[in-house]
Design a protein around this ligand. Structure first.
Ligand code: NAD
Length: 421
């Protein structure tokens, strides 16, 4: 969050107080403060010395802590006790005719948990299925027990039956170290997981949205990449399990659409960052911020001249919800076109970390930026052409990279206070 005196300004200089919008008969607008209360504060961990103090702490309920998972650390026995929430975050009371039953696969992951927060605050019934390979229960723990929410440990490689109106199919590891950890499993998740969820959509007549990726364009020869560019992918390289997995998942999606009339949506997501991103999964934004916050050298792979574009999580969630509720069945790129070289981006992160630390009264030395060899198949350049999203969804990114980075830095700082980073 920007410092308390500074409002969050969008790309046109207007203050951001809400995210989402009413479009295609679906109102996705919610207060930014409510969402921030779910991700930006440190989880509430209180250390107590005695049983008496612990009992008092368990009963304490004030506005600032009541929506947060509460944990009491007993210093004498070196144990931790978790208490249930006294109140859930407020959700809209929708009439049954407007309340949708929504399945989110991979809902305990980075993108999924933000989508779940938004859909829950909007008043819908949300079921998350996740095998917790890269996701974590803690990302959605503030909803567990809520009458509109269900969390199921399930691997999408196995069939799953549920009645629902919409399926957001996100389940798939997304960062290179995670999807390369077990390449065969990644391909199974992409292919069999998508097959199972499309089968479910066919049976229930639910609308199906898959989160595909800009990686389907591979190392592109066209800049920026429009949706009708077919891509340039190495089918046998170390990234192929993910890239080709998503390509075949798209093929399956359109197979079910043409053959069985399944109502499908395909979002091709470009590099997205935000709170709840795993700080150790090797993605460039989290790497840079964590290194700068710890005062370590920041590592740039290659000569730093390769370019990337970075989209903030709230823009992505706006785009996914708009796409789901629109009539667009063709693939739609969702990303932020503001391009940075990785070298420039490292400098930007370094400046923003320094600014936030200064605002918080922390004096830290300026960190160095060091260069290391580039990994195999890392694309040199990628930038979305988002003309289609603008035309058919009336969507375009609102968050500047600077604004998003400040929130991210504050989120990681809160994790450090909590002791989990
Ligand atoms: N974050 C990005 O920049 C980005 C870019 C392009 C596409 N995407 C896509 O968005 C989706 C979400 O990505 P993310 O960044 O949140 O990644 P993530 O790794 O944080 O989340 C993926 C979630 O899916 C779960 N999962 C993985 N395999 C599963 C399986 N077999 N069964 C059930 N659950 C399983 C994980 O436990 C995790 O909770 C993915 O489909 C990814 O390909 C993300």
């Amino acid at each position: 969050m920007p410092s308390s005196s500074e409002p969050s300004l969008d790309k046109s200089g207007k203050e951001i107080t809400t995210v989402g919008f009413a479009r295609f008969g679906f109102d996705s607008e919610v207060s930014l403060d409510v969402l921030r209360s779910l991700y930006l504060r440190a989880h509430y961990v209180k250390t107590v010395a005695s049983a008496d103090e612990a009992a008092k702490e368990a009963d304490r309920d004030d506005a600032s802590t009541s929506y947060l998972s509460k944990a009491i650390y007993h210093a004498d026995t070196k144990s931790i006790s978790y208490t249930t929430l006294s109140r859930f975050p407020p959700v809209k009371l929708l009439p049954p005719s407007q309340r949708k039953r929504i399945l989110v696969t991979g809902g305990a992951g980075f993108v999924g948990s933000h989508l779940v927060d938004r859909l829950m605050v909007l008043g819908h019934e949300v079921t998350v299925i996740d095998n917790f390979f890269t996701g974590s229960k803690t990302t959605v723990s503030h909803w567990v027990g809520h009458p509109n929410f269900e969390l199921v440990r399930h691997d999408v490689v196995e069939p799953f039956m549920i009645e629902c109106d919409q399926i957001y199919h996100l389940a798939c590891p997304a960062s290179p170290p995670h999807y390369q950890f077990n390449a065969v499993k990644t391909i199974k998740t992409s292919f069999m997981g998508t097959l199972n969820m499309l089968g479910l959509a066919k049976r229930t007549k639910a609308r199906f949205l898959i989160t595909s990726t800009s990686e389907v364009y591979g190392d592109p020869e066209v800049h920026p990449q429009p949706e009708d560019y077919w891509g340039h992918v190495n089918p046998i390289g170390p990234r192929a399990c993910y890239d080709e997995g998503k390509r075949v998942a798209e093929t399956l999606t359109y197979g079910f659409h043409r053959q069985d009339g399944v109502d499908v949506r395909v979002a091709r997501i470009f590099n997205t960052y935000g709170p709840r991103m795993n700080p150790f999964d090797g993605r460039v934004v989290s790497n840079f911020i964590v290194q700068a916050l710890r005062g370590e050298d920041m590592t740039v792979y290659g000569d730093g001249k390769q370019t990337r574009s970075f989209q903030y999580i709230h823009d992505l969630i706006d785009g996914l919800i708009a796409l789901m509720n629109s009539d667009e069945t063709r693939p739609v790129n969702i990303g932020n076109g503001d391009e940075f070289t990785i070298g420039e981006f490292a400098e930007l992160v370094r400046d923003i970390v320094a600014k936030v630390q200064k605002e918080d009264g922390v004096d830290v030395p300026r960190v160095n930026i060091v260069y290391k060899p580039m990994p195999t198949d890392d694309p040199q350049k990628r930038r979305p052409d988002t003309t289609r999203a603008k035309q058919v969804l009336d969507w375009q990114p609102r968050w500047t990279v600077q604004m998003g980075l400040e929130e991210m830095v504050r989120y990681y700082k809160a994790k450090m206070v909590e002791g989990s980073l």
